[in-house]
Design a protein around this ligand. Sequence first.
Ligand code: ADP
Length: 282
Amino acid sequence: MNDAEIARLQAENEGLRAELDETNQGVLALYAELDNQAAQLREASELKSRFLSYMSHEFRTPLGSILSIARLLADEMDGPLTDEQRKQVAFVSGAARELSDMVDDLLDLAKIEAGRITISPAWFELMDLFSALRGMFRPIVDGTDADLVFEDPEGLPKLYTDDKKVSQILRNFISNALKFTPRGEVRVSARLEGSDRVRFTVRDTGIGIPEELQHVLFEDFTQVDSPLQKRVRGTGLGLSLCKQFAELLGGEVGLSSIVGKGSEFFVSLPLAITAEDADDHA
Ligand code: ADP
């Protein structure tokens, strides 16, 4: 190799090093930018959680008063009501109950986002869970043209997980199914999935959900704009909570639906929550 060639290679080398230095600086600047954005996102998310929980607490007390006063009035403690007044009081307590459910959902979401939700696993029988749900929904089903059927969870072992959260997920699925099934049937079932998971399904013969909206339903505040939907109020938070609760329990949610035929929502969960999952949120 002659001197000229060595000099050329050296020059080339230096050029490359300068280029590398520049790239490195670019990468460092990008890292700094990313860090900055991550910090801003964290701050925004913390602010959102704090705002949600503050707002929810502030709403709870006055809502509680409205509900108790409406109950006193409905019980006619302060004298009899006319038919019209009874209707009006029922309207006030219905609206207050809806708001109170919404506040509870918001509070749960804020707790999950702040990592402050607790999991309390216990052993329980599916049969007991289904009976409790059946009792809870009896008054609602009595006023609709849809049947609510719980299939016998025969042969399924006891579960070791947070029964309150499982119940909350199923309650949401069932109450949605009843809301959007003007007539026909809502069927709840559970079956083993492999050897260590259980899959709960809530199937309805209701209005169904357009395919293009199915993947966003589990996000916050999503509602389908359909003629029936306009008559039924809700928050659009229920399914997002279901998804987050399922994930806390080491599981997942999903759905399939055909417009005009019905929908099927499922949650698949480990039969027994692992110590890790429980510890993460204890
Ligand atoms: P909410 O019911 O409070 O509006 P959800 O998150 O539980 O909030 O549900 C979001 C939306 O998903 C509902 O408003 C409705 O448009 C749609 N949806 C949920 N379940 C069903 C169902 N079984 N059949 C048809 N639409 C449904």
